[in-house]
Every structure is written in C-alpha cells, then in structure tokens.
Write a protein that binds this ligand. Structure first.
Ligand SMILES: Cc1ncc(C[n+]2csc(CCOP(=O)(O)OP(=O)(O)O)c2C)c(N)n1
Ligand SMILES: [Mg+2]
Length: 333
C-alpha cells in the first residue's frame, strides 16, 4: 500500500553543482566515521575497550546527509549506534574516543561509555541505550525551541526495530498536534539485533506510519549521501517553515554485527558481502564524484582523517582512568 503522504526520491542535483567544498565535507565526514569505527572495532577486539560497542559502518551516508542540513543550534537525539551521528554533528573525537575507552578525559569522565555520549555545545543531546528512548526527548527539545520562538529544529534518529516502540506513536502524535519542529529519521537497516525487518513489522515502508500523524514523508536510498541530503533538505525546509514534523526513511544496511562480537547466525555471509560490494556508501560516493576529484584529492582527505583518528586514539590510550573515589561524583542522588 502506498500512503499519499510519501514520496520516494533519488538525488536530482548533478554532483558538480554541489561544489567541491560541500563534496569534500561529505567525504571527510563519511570517512571520519568509517575510520573511527574501524579503530574502535580493532581496539575492542584487542581487549582495550570495555563494555559494548555498536558500529555504524555502512550507514555513514545517513548521518552525513542529514547533518549537512543542520547547524550546531539544531538538536539531535541519537541511539545505541550513535558514534556516526555524534561525529557528523561535530563532537570532539578525542573526548569521544576517551569516553569509549572509559577514561577520565571522556565526555562522561569515562563513566558512560559508547551509549551515553552527548555534547550540548554542538546540539548533540545524547546517545541512548534504551531503544526508542529518543523520541520523547527530541519532542521535548522541539517544544522548547517552539516556545522560545526559534527557527532551529530537533531531529531524532531511530532504527526499524525502534519504530515499533509505543514511544514513537506518542511523540509523533504530540509533535503533529502541536506542530513541533521535529524530524523523524528512520534508519531502516534490515535488522533489529537478530530480528529481520519483515518478521516484526507489518508495513512495507515504515514511512507509511507517518500518514497516521499527518506528516509528510520521504523515502531515500540511505546509502547514497546525495539522496539523503536532498530528502532531508526538503523536510527540513518544511519544518523550519513552521509546518510541523516530518519523516525521513533511509533504506540502508548494517554490514557489521549488531555489536562487536555478534556471531551473526541470523543471516548469510553472502547477503552481507553483496551489500558491501554493491552498496557501500563511500564507494558509491567515489563512483559518483569520479569526474570531480582526482584520486590524490580524496587520498589527501583520507590522510588528514587518518591523522585525526590516530591522535584521538593516542589521547584516549594515554589518558588516566577515573579515580575510584570519583565513582559517585556527578550523581543526582
Ligand atoms: C527498550 C529496549 N528494548 C530492547 C533493547 C535491546 N536492544 C538493543 S539494540 C536492539 C535492536 C534495535 O534495532 P533497531 O532499532 O533496528 O536499531 P539498529 O540496531 O538496527 O541500529 C535491541 C532490541 C534495548 N536496548 N532497549
Ligand atoms: Mg535496525
């Protein structure tokens, strides 16, 4: 069933018209996320990182394309798979890596880890270990913006699994009734932990749900940064115009395990490899921009990012652990 509120779009603007500066920033952000995540994966497997980490590899185009439409004054609410959103929103790589390492120099003095990173100074209100926990926080932030008469908006990222939480419906209804400046960004990556999408979700497109709350919805290929950018741009314009919430569904794929160490018994290696070979967002970007960049130019961006990540890693590794005496510091009770 096609709901009348939905449009499916692919990027229409020729890549040359984006300008080299914007194209370079797309590439730098996607590559920064990729390199950060690869480093976290390697160090986690090497036993240097405690706790749990969920990687965003393969989904970089979503965070990059959405965030390119936002300023530091716009808010985002993230998920358990939040490193990509946090990096694209402009958080500090050193403090992120240190937090993941459980070090005192991290965003939560090392007491929160991967799923609790926030940086209010760039509008990043927080990752969230509670699936579907972000909607109502983002709606609250959107209400605050509206009451303050600001033009800034609030964005909530969530997965296909999280779209089945009741919290989605509560936030969507309230946002629609009160015309809140809230963008719902669904990262449809085919799985919720071990659960394939269609075994737990009734609709072919999650964007169909937006119809029930009178929201316009756009569906894009979430692995094509240009389609994500243009889809988000339409909806952000709608929201900044005071017209209430909107819904962006990004069709993507989680190429890594649900968490680092996931045995991945619920899908075949062939399926994963096919997605890597045919749909990798960085590869798609390189293909589309082949006429714009010489190979040396992209290599230079990669080298710059490699140096940033190496220095964030060194910062984290060399930072002190929090002292045991600080265990109860910063608690409300
Ligand atoms: C309320 C709640 N229920 C269950 C979990 C366990 N859990 C963590 S991630 C996850 C799957 C989330 O899937 P999805 O929303 O599609 O996001 P993805 O991991 O694919 O990015 C589950 C069930 C949780 N953290 N919180
Ligand atoms: Mg999912």
């Amino acid at each position: 069933m096609e709901a009348p509120n939905i449009v499916k779009i692919s990027a229409e603007v020729p890549v040359e018209e984006y300008g080299k500066e914007r194209l370079s920033s797309f590439y730098e952000t996607m590559f920064k996320i990729r390199k950060f995540e690869r480093t976290v994966e390697e160090k986690f497997l090497g036993g240097e990182i405690p706790g749990f980490v969920h990687l965003y590899i393969g989904e970089e185009a979503v965070a990059t394309g959405v965030m390119a439409n936002l300023t530091a004054k716009d808010y985002i609410e993230s998920t358990h798979r939040g490193h990509g959103h946090t990096i694209a929103k402009g958080a500090d790589l050193n403090r992120m890596m240190a937090e993941i390492y459980g070090k005192k120099t991290g965003y939560c003095q090392g007491k929160g880890g991967s799923m609790h990173i926030a940086d209010f100074s760039v509008g990043m209100l927080g990752a969230n270990g509670v699936v579907g926990g972000g909607y109502n926080l983002a709606a609250g932030a959107a209400l605050a913006l509206k009451l303050q008469g600001k033009k800034d908006i609030s964005v909530v990222f969530f997965g296909d699994g999280a779209s089945n939480r009741g919290t989605f419906h509560e936030a969507a209804n309230m946002a629609s009734v009160w015309k809140l400046p809230l963008l719902f960004v669904c990262e449809m990556n085919e799985y919720a932990s071990t659960t394939p999408y269609r075994t737990a979700t009734s609709v072919a497109d999650i964007a169909q749900r937006a119809y029930g709350y009178d929201m316009p919805a756009v569906i894009v290929d979430g692995n094509d940064v240009f389609s994500v950018y243009e889809g988000a741009q339409r909806l952000v314009e709608h929201i900044r115009g005071g017209n209430g919430p909107a819904f962006l569904e990004c069709k993507t794929y989680r190429v890594k395990g649900h968490f680092v160490g996931d045995p991945e018994k619920y899908r075949t290696r062939e399926e994963v490899q096919k997605n890597i070979d045919e749909r990798d967002p960085i590869m798609l970007f390189e293909k589309k921009t082949a006429g714009v960049f010489g190979p040396d130019e992209l290599n230079a961006i990669q080298a710059k990012v490699d140096a940033m990540i190496a220095s964030a890693l060194k910062f984290a590794q060399e930072s002190p652990e929090p002292a045991a005496s600080e265990l109860f510091a910063d608690l409300y009770v």
